[in-house]
Write a protein that binds this ligand. Structure first.
Ligand SMILES: [Zn+2]
Length: 131
């Protein structure tokens, strides 16, 4: 027993060192930055989700029909008839969208955006007059 401690007494430079204050500070900083990034991303996501939720709430009254999405095939293509009488299609599943003067032209524009990788959640065409 005690051989290792005796060994390190003879060779103190080989003894395991606790992390220096500098190392600990750096570790803490790294962890803090990581934590801040996570918080920032969470905040951004939350803010974005809030804006989407609010818009979704506003959109409800304009919802005209729910159809099959030309891109993903899910029956989650919400079609809104907006105040200015134009139509807006937005898939709740894959995010594709399109608008037009009537339902078929909105659907047509939506269908022609297949593969463009667009998502209305990144910037919806939906607008309500603020008055
Ligand atoms: Zn879809």
């Amino acid at each position: 027993m005690g051989e290792w401690s005796e060994y390190f007494e003879d060779f103190p430079e080989e003894a395991p060192q606790p992390p220096s204050a500098e190392e600990r500070a750096k570790e803490k900083l790294d962890a803090d930055i990581k934590g801040m990034n996570v918080d920032a991303f969470a905040l951004i996501a939350k803010t974005k989700q809030k804006a989407i939720d609010k818009a979704q709430q506003q959109k409800k009254q304009f919802l005209e029909s729910i159809d099959d999405c030309p891109q993903c095939g899910e029956t989650s293509l919400n079609t809104y008839k907006l105040e200015n009488a134009s139509y807006l299609c937005e898939c709740q599943c894959c995010g594709i969208y399109g608008s037009g003067d009537n339902f078929s032209s909105a659907l047509h524009q939506t269908a022609s955006a297949i593969g463009d990788n667009i998502d209305w959640r990144d910037g919806s065409l939906f607008k309500v007059s603020t008055k």
